[in-house]
Design a protein around this ligand. Structure first.
Ligand code: PEP
Ligand code: MN
Length: 346
């Protein structure tokens, strides 16, 4: 359900509060002209209260039956914050899971180039234990002269790869004009780094009934990323995962600087799953595994990695793509490390 305003307060219900008591609080808030956003939790239900602060201050919220505590929501992000939902969110996509003990291993080509390339990669990553297939049909390229992706034909190739392998698809949506085509085909809608603050696009995917993989902009702060996620969740789509993919710094040895510290910070600040893209951060194949290891060790809920049957021939991001023939070994290392961190590949 879309949220109409900013949740200012949260009502933490007692562990023993009944569903009727929750309904009663919501009804009383409605009578007083306030809206409620109910988040059930393992230990307690939390009700986010949306309404005029002065009006809310006059309500005897703490005296309502079943209410344990009333607290202000202090962070600028509300629905995505850990304050409002203490339990981690687990995203389920075609029986694959990401979050709270389930590690997502998303792999596939940077770009859908031709059928055999995409199908070959899909089968290779599936055999190695990947849980989802990535691949761009609409590509955000720095140069307007570079290959921009196959568009709808690329989506059709991805759909075939899903049909053959059963892997759910992660693919990027760049423009509100492509919503129907991309949302219709994707299992997870990727919002790329360059579009992290395209607020109209965020609102569009907030209305979609598919999970969203939101990448951090190269010049965005962690708070900016969380506020971008809030745009999506506010529209009613709570199925969002965040992706650290490197930020722009003065350093040139890597393509971007992987902000590994963002992983534990995000894990503290939000209940949403947090994944890492070591490929775009590294820009070089030899650094992808060490950065992926760091991601797992830092507590990430998954990684998204670029894989190509013949990276030297790739039309996009060749230097950072892992050869498909080497991916099984890569995946094996990640699986072992994830197990050390108490996680299973979802
Ligand atoms: C991608 O994952 O295909 C991509 C373009 O990455 P980013 O948006 O992080 O640059
Ligand atoms: Mn790429």
């Amino acid at each position: 359900m879309a949220v109409t305003g900013s949740p200012e307060l949260m009502i933490v219900m007692a562990a023993h509060a009944t569903a009727d008591q929750v309904d009663e609080v919501v009804a009383r808030l409605a009578e007083a002209g306030a809206d409620a956003h109910v988040t059930p939790g393992k230990d307690a239900t939390v009700i986010g209260v949306i309404g005029d602060r002065e009006l809310l201050a006059t309500l005897p919220l703490e005296g309502y039956p079943g209410v344990e505590q009333v607290l202000p929501i202090l962070k600028p992000y509300k629905l995505v914050s850990r304050e409002i939902r203490r339990d981690p969110t687990v995203l389920e996509v075609r029986e694959r899971r990401i979050g709270d003990g389930y590690f997502g291993l998303i792999a596939g080509p940077c770009t859908v180039e031709y059928r055999e390339q995409t199908l070959g990669t899909a089968w290779a990553v599936k055999a190695a234990g990947a849980t989802m297939l990535r691949g761009g049909a609409f590509k955000p390229r720095t140069s307007p002269y570079a290959f921009q992706g196959l568009g709808e034909e690329g989506l059709e190739i991805l759909a075939q790869a899903r049909e053959e392998t059963g892997l759910p698809l992660v693919t990027e949506l760049m423009d509100p004009r492509h919503v129907e085509a991309v949302v219709g085909t994707a299992d997870v809608i990727q919002i790329g780094a360059r579009n992290m603050q395209n607020f109209l696009l965020l609102s569009e995917v907030g209305k979609a009934d598919k999970p969203v993989l939101l990448k951090r902009g190269p010049a965005a702060s962690i708070e900016d990323l969380l506020m971008a996620a809030e745009y999506i969740v506010k529209e009613g789509n709570a199925r969002v995962m965040l992706c650290e993919r490197g930020i722009r710094t003065f350093e040139r040895a890597t393509r971007f600087t992987l902000d590994i510290g963002a992983v534990p910070v995000l894990k503290q600040e939000t209940h949403l799953p947090v994944i890492v893209d070591p490929s775009h951060a590294a820009g070089r194949r030899d650094l992808v595994l060490p950065l992926a290891r760091a991601a797992v060790a830092a507590g990430a809920d998954g990684i998204i990695v670029e894989v190509h049957p013949a990276p030297e021939e790739a039309r996009c991001d060749g230097p950072q793509q892992i050869p498909a023939a080497e991916f099984a070994e890569f995946a094996g290392e990640i699986r072992e490390l994830a197990a050390l961190m108490g996680k299973v590949i979802g």
